[in-house]
Design a protein around this ligand. Structure first.
Ligand SMILES: Cc1cc2nc3c(=O)[nH]c(=O)nc-3n(C[C@H](O)[C@H](O)[C@H](O)COP(=O)(O)OP(=O)(O)OC[C@H]3O[C@@H](n4cnc5c(N)ncnc54)[C@H](O)[C@@H]3O)c2cc1C
Length: 375
């Protein structure tokens, strides 16, 4: 007996046209669903900085036929270097020898969004911009992909109380130098560190993390004066000074810890991505988990009736994302850096995880070895 084509012409409303929303839209549409994405922004704008795509998420992009495009718009990191604040190299880890045959891509968030948008549109997805949506009353299935401050999460869970970690971060993009070395560099100083890597297409990403008592607003869109970023890393050696001199705009956001949502679905509505499980950036898995979620939700909806599918999706995903969120939180904890290079090895484990986690001695193999596309 042939399986019923469960998703054929099935109407699905997706709230949020971010990484999770566009990926799930493309994955569902390719299985025959009739998908509409509602995105509150007027345009899928050039906001954000560098995002890492590790092998676990790359497998989904491969399955969506986007491998070549990803190669074209991203940079690969071949090594990670840890330097002290003076710029002196403390250690270097060659990624190629650590995880041969696997690639870690650094890509501008806006470029990745554009790629996913094209994949969604070419699969027949309707994208409605400028629509801040709380509900889609006539939809039998609503995918809540509305990100960090998700209203859909609140509907299912009430309001949560995030916990400020005592750290805040700047992020900035500058033009990359000609032929930048495909290396992620981490510069460590007391109570602060700066990470930089080339993003491809002539851009370099810079993230500076600093400990602070100030309760900094959580969110991606807040800007700061680049002078504050320069002041925080004044005296750092190597290329840091020259890089920061080129910063014209920088984002500034507080790092908050959230609980994974207790309830992910109610039979009609389901959460994916940051809406279900916002994470700290110290494992670089926010976008990757969103992409994994998207593929797995489509698989379950294709396989079983909706109520069963949503329950199976949550049961499958919850343990994995909780483990990842917890690992990222552990990396953020007790982040006091003194006495380099004494603590270098230990620090490297944590900071290495932030920029190129696959490199870190197989410690996170369980994150990268997972293949969401295998049944
Ligand atoms: C502006 C922005 C910049 C970011 N920059 C970075 C970065 O530089 N580096 C990094 O590692 N991560 C960044 N992130 C986070 C990263 O993209 C996410 O952690 C990850 O990709 C999870 O994706 P998501 O789709 O779940 O959430 P998001 O990518 O946050 O997408 C959620 C989407 O839902 C939309 N939305 C929210 N509420 C509604 C509503 N009521 N109706 C309709 N639409 C709604 C939002 O406008 C957004 O487009 C950024 C996120 C945003 C929104």
């Amino acid at each position: 007996m042939t399986e019923p084509a469960r998703l054929h012409e099935r109407p699905v409303a997706v709230i949020g046209g971010g990484i999770a929303g566009l990926t799930v839209a493309a994955a569902l549409a390719r299985r025959g669903a009739s998908v509409t994405v509602h995105e509150r922004a007027e345009a899928l704008r050039e906001v954000g900085a560098g995002i890492q795509i590790s092998p676990n998420a790359r497998r989904v992009l491969d399955a969506l036929g986007l491998a070549d495009r990803l190669e074209a718009i991203s940079a690969r990191a071949e090594a990670v270097e840890l330097r002290d604040a003076s710029g002196r190299r403390v250690t270097r880890l060659d990624l190629q020898s650590q995880r041969p045959g696997e690639t870690f891509h650094f890509v501008h968030r806006a470029r990745l969004l554009a790629l996913l948008e094209e994949a969604a549109r070419s699969s027949g997805v309707t994208i409605r911009l400028g629509e801040a949506v709380e509900d889609v009353p006539d939809a039998a299935l609503i995918v809540g992909a509305d990100g960090l401050h998700s209203q859909q999460r609140e509907r299912l869970n009430g309001s949560g109380r995030p916990f400020f970690t005592g750290q805040a971060a700047w992020r900035a993009l500058i033009p990359a130098e000609a032929n930048p070395a495909p290396v992620a560099q981490v510069f460590m100083g007391p109570g602060r560190h700066l990470v930089s890597y080339p993003l491809g297409e002539g851009l370099r990403n810079i993230v500076g993390v600093r400990e602070t008592d100030d309760w900094t607003a959580e969110g991606w869109s807040r800007e700061d004066d680049p002078a504050a970023m320069r002041a925080a890393f004044q005296g750092f050696g190597g290329p840091v000074h020259d890089w920061l001199a080129k910063v014209e705009r920088c984002g500034w956001w507080g790092l908050f810890r959230h609980e994974v949502a207790r309830h992910w679905h109610d039979g009609r509505r389901v959460l994916i991505g940051d809406a279900a499980h916002p994470t700290l950036p110290f494992l670089a898995q926010g976008a990757c988990m969103a992409i994994e979620d998207a593929w797995r939700l489509a698989v379950h909806l294709d396989r079983t009736p909706q109520a069963e599918a949503l329950a199976a999706f949550e049961a499958e995903r919850r343990p994995r994302v909780t483990r990842i969120v917890d690992a990222a939180t552990a990396n953020a904890r007790n982040y006091h850096l003194t006495g380099l290079p004494k603590v270098a090895a230990h620090t490297f484990l944590r900071v290495g995880a932030w920029v190129a986690p696959g490199a870190v001695f197989g410690r996170y193999a369980w994150v990268y070895d997972y293949d969401p596309t295998v049944e």
